[in-house]
Design a binder for this molecule. Sequence first.
Ligand code: SF4
Length: 631
Amino acid sequence: MTEGLTRRILHVDLEAGSLSIETPSESFYRRYMGGSAMGLYYILKDMKPGTDAFSPGNVLTLMVSLLTGAPISGQSRLCANARSPLTDGIGDAQAGGFFPAEMRFAGFDGLVVRGRAARPVYLWLHNGQAEMRPAEHLWGKTTSQVDDLIKAELKDDKVEIAQCGPAGEKLVRLAAIINMANRANGRTGLGAVMGSKNLKAVVVRGESKRLPWADPRRINEMARQGASEIETNADMLGLQKLGTAGVVAFQHTIGSLPTFNYAQGQFEAFEAISGERMSDTILKDNDTCYACSVRCKRVVETQFGDRPVARRHGGPEYETIATFGSYCGVGDLDAIALANQLCNEYGLDTIGTGATVAWAMECFAQGILSEQEIGFPAAFGDASAMIRLTEMLARREGFGDTLAEGSRRAAQRLGKGHELLITAKGAEAPAHMPQAKRSLGLIYAVNPFGADHQSSEHDPMIEDGAGELYMKRLARLGFDHTLPQNSLAADKVRYALKTQQFYSFLDTAALCQFVWGPAWTLYGPDETVAFVRAATGWEDFSLEELLEVGERRLNMLRLFNAREGLDRKADGLPKKFFRPLGGGGPTAGVSLVEAEIESAKDEYYRLAGWDTRTGNPTSDTLERLGLGWAV
Ligand code: SF4
């Protein structure tokens, strides 16, 4: 076996109560590597088309990769996949923290979970062993309570725990899988899939932190060099100082800070919810993921009214600040920090939850939903109403039971509010506006798991004024000049697809997109290739192969959707995006143009090797990627 590979996948049959370990071949690892691609391999192979997301037949995979656990920044990521109860297509979500590295130290590269347990259980993976334990005493408990109970039960406070939270138990379609009580596999409702299987938690611990790296000296050199470069890299320093919240002001300036449920791109109170304000007021510390020198995670402590916000739930990211803040018209950082804590305690995706609450608020503002229907007035800017709706959604209480279905299904259930939706394939749009970043309009439409901001590089990285480092790195992907702002012409489409394939590799190799990437990150494309070689010993691994690995994952995700009947017709955008934005700033009066999006989709499918009529991968493309077996 090549150094760097542990090659152990745990198969869990919750129905039969059985556990078995598979040791796939090295060629399998080279083809699928880990993360979403490896998860999709088992999902495509084992799940029958037409299986409901909450049926025992749904296959849930939790994967790390053959790079996870290395002593270098940005390698501790967990990828979760299953059929999504939110989009009905493939679900996909990533999280950081210490859990992913610890899972590998525990001796496992991935879990494939099938069936439904008769009673709640948790999985305990330690030092190469795996067992299933009863979890009835944990059912109904919040994430921090479960963390405390399991650590006491196992008499080990160093175990890492990923769990579904009470929202997942209640099949809230916006439920996340939470680890460390503050890191989330947030998007597409995979916490609810875990809950539907009566799988309360996965607990991991490996006493030895040693993994068989092919070239440990090279990895250490790269780690040292990267850590020393943080000091001279403005993007990394900004991320360390202000976290992702540091982009609030920039997003406002370019008119890309979604406000009042995406009605406008600037928020008057943006300074009150900025990273700078957080840093000056409620920020108490930085946190990190395993071995990461960037340390971008926030730790806040404050209170909203008489409700305390504790450090153990971290602090709000940019997306959380925007969805509970500007989307809802709430300029109160304390309220946003409390909403963030509630999501981490109940196990909720902050993007989907905040955006769904904002949708309800706009319905209220427009008289589509009444005070009687909601239970109280829910005006934009009312921080207490925002908190109340979040808690009701988490518990499926009252009107919260409707919101717990996600905004698209809520509109269907109520028979109104459709025109205010900001969903693509049922996933609520994140806080980067395609009206300001044109290629995101295309990616939000064609991405297999719905609107997502971490599936491609954003437009400003290649626009006039893009830094020398960005352009040098993008040249390695075939882009030797800047591309105009507001363009969705062929060059921009190629940029969107090529960088999407790179990001798709990152979600296969389970790497953090703030550390490894095609443009602005600590390490660029060449260093990413060097890391794979040093970890695995695959000295002939190349940038071309890296992009092909990413392309393979993208095709697997797309193939899953094709089997479920989600094709080009499902690649739509909400009507709201085609209406001119209000407010001020550079995006006031701007909208997407339907004909431009459709023509960009034609070009995108053609470049991707997909049928332009159906949007599905062609058999030639699948054969080229070695995916003929999956058709
Ligand atoms: S950059 Fe931030 S999110 Fe990424 S690995 Fe480091 S600490 Fe975690």
